[in-house]
Design a protein around this ligand. Sequence first.
Ligand SMILES: *[C@@H]1O[C@H](CO)[C@@H](O)[C@H](O)[C@H]1NC(C)=O
Ligand SMILES: *[C@@H]1O[C@H](CO)[C@@H](O)[C@H](O)[C@H]1NC(C)=O
Ligand SMILES: *[C@@H]1O[C@H](CO)[C@@H](O)[C@H](O)[C@H]1NC(C)=O
Ligand SMILES: *[C@@H]1O[C@H](CO)[C@@H](O)[C@H](O)[C@H]1NC(C)=O
Ligand SMILES: *[C@@H]1O[C@H](CO)[C@@H](O)[C@H](O)[C@H]1NC(C)=O
Ligand SMILES: *[C@@H]1O[C@H](CO)[C@@H](O)[C@H](O)[C@H]1NC(C)=O
Ligand SMILES: *[C@@H]1O[C@H](CO)[C@@H](O)[C@H](O)[C@H]1NC(C)=O
Ligand SMILES: *[C@@H]1O[C@H](CO)[C@@H](O)[C@H](O)[C@H]1NC(C)=O
Ligand SMILES: *[C@@H]1O[C@H](CO)[C@@H](O)[C@H](O)[C@H]1NC(C)=O
Ligand SMILES: *[C@@H]1O[C@H](CO)[C@@H](O)[C@H](O)[C@H]1NC(C)=O
Length: 295
Amino acid sequence: MIMNSVKWLITLLLVFFLSHFSFSISADTITLDHFIHDNNDEAIVSAGNIFALGFFSPGSSTNRYVGIWYYQIPVKTAVWVANRDNPINDTSGILRIDARGNLALFQGNQTLPLWSTNISTATAGNSFAQILDSGNLVLLQNDTGKALLWQSFGHPTNTWLSFMKIGFNLRTGLNQSYTSWKSPDDPGVGNYTFRMNPGVSPQMVLYKGSVPVWRSGTWTGLMWSGIPEMAQNFLFNHSFVNTDDELSFSYHSINASLISRYVTNETGVTQRILWNNASQSWIISYTAPNELVFS
Ligand SMILES: *[C@@H]1O[C@H](CO)[C@@H](O)[C@H](O)[C@H]1NC(C)=O
Ligand SMILES: *[C@@H]1O[C@H](CO)[C@@H](O)[C@H](O)[C@H]1NC(C)=O
Ligand SMILES: *[C@@H]1O[C@H](CO)[C@@H](O)[C@H](O)[C@H]1NC(C)=O
Ligand SMILES: *[C@@H]1O[C@H](CO)[C@@H](O)[C@H](O)[C@H]1NC(C)=O
Ligand SMILES: *[C@@H]1O[C@H](CO)[C@@H](O)[C@H](O)[C@H]1NC(C)=O
Ligand SMILES: *[C@@H]1O[C@H](CO)[C@@H](O)[C@H](O)[C@H]1NC(C)=O
Ligand SMILES: *[C@@H]1O[C@H](CO)[C@@H](O)[C@H](O)[C@H]1NC(C)=O
Ligand SMILES: *[C@@H]1O[C@H](CO)[C@@H](O)[C@H](O)[C@H]1NC(C)=O
Ligand SMILES: *[C@@H]1O[C@H](CO)[C@@H](O)[C@H](O)[C@H]1NC(C)=O
Ligand SMILES: *[C@@H]1O[C@H](CO)[C@@H](O)[C@H](O)[C@H]1NC(C)=O
């Protein structure tokens, strides 16, 4: 009888704990009422449980950053970082919608944010943030059919995901490039940038500082001339856009269950990396400059 009561109590506590735990991570949105606090180990998770947004410490660092990672991949892999050059040195961080309707990161009760979406078109009390299954963090306006105010896909860090672009939105002036971390322990802006060079024959170029160290060659209509491997591609759908409004290149996995990312690495390479579910590890499937691999 006593044993049964103890079991019953444990079950009750477990159910309470699990439901409480899943409550704190179940939502995919940050609203005026629902913010996330590092102290409580809170995160939001996309509807299909693909990506999570929350606080993390990279490598052996103890600093805290807001980032996006793959929710189901055991090797914690950050694909985007908000406060990359403004770490928090304790667990007092709070990510919330601020009084202007922007998504903002605060240290404890400080009034100035360490990071913010910082757009003037947001309006007080009318916006919310959502993490999508694509890995895109969006800030949406509630009263206008959820108009897009800001998206992390427009402000990349070192990782280029399916459906993200490299290049320019010529109407908004958005210039999307990928910049390495400083080190595996420090996601701060590093020395290598992977970006589109405009002009008569646009190319993707990897820079060390201001010095180009690799070029993709020009777009042939099917592939970049310096990446002949693309001709045998059957895993990815590529999209090159060169109009008055936009100069961009993007890709996506044709089979959405193939998890892939490009990373501009602090070691001076840009690599395509695939998740191997069987070995539960990342494998490198392309490296530029490829001389480093083949010579
Ligand atoms: C942590 O950061 C705060 C705010 O920037 C600063 O005042 C404080 O001195 C730092 N603490 C340590 C231990 O570095
Ligand atoms: C901020 O929090 C600290 C410690 O919790 C407290 O000492 C301080 O008075 C607070 N400041 C404000 C402006 O609320
Ligand atoms: C927001 O943008 C303004 C104007 O560009 C800038 O002065 C300010 O530092 C930015 N604030 C944050 C938190 O990024
Ligand atoms: C959006 O607006 C509706 C109607 O005013 C409101 O019920 C809802 O709570 C709002 N949602 C967010 C996330 O602000
Ligand atoms: C795009 O941004 C990079 C820095 O990330 C800069 O060096 C480059 O000049 C910019 N390109 C244009 C056309 O503004
Ligand atoms: C970036 O390059 C400069 C100049 O070569 C060097 O001093 C610095 O240590 C480099 N930074 C990183 C994070 O590698
Ligand atoms: C490739 O993408 C284009 C649009 O970007 C789409 O129309 C086409 O159906 C896609 N093809 C495949 C095989 O996914
Ligand atoms: C996509 O990949 C998954 C896992 O590798 C596989 O089970 C599925 O059959 C593939 N779908 C298509 C349409 O090829
Ligand atoms: C950069 O490459 C090194 C060596 O392959 C690896 O250990 C590190 O994890 C990579 N960094 C990123 C951000 O992928
Ligand atoms: C990944 O592997 C696990 C076993 O290691 C398996 O249960 C799961 O179905 C696999 N997922 C996919 C998408 O193939």
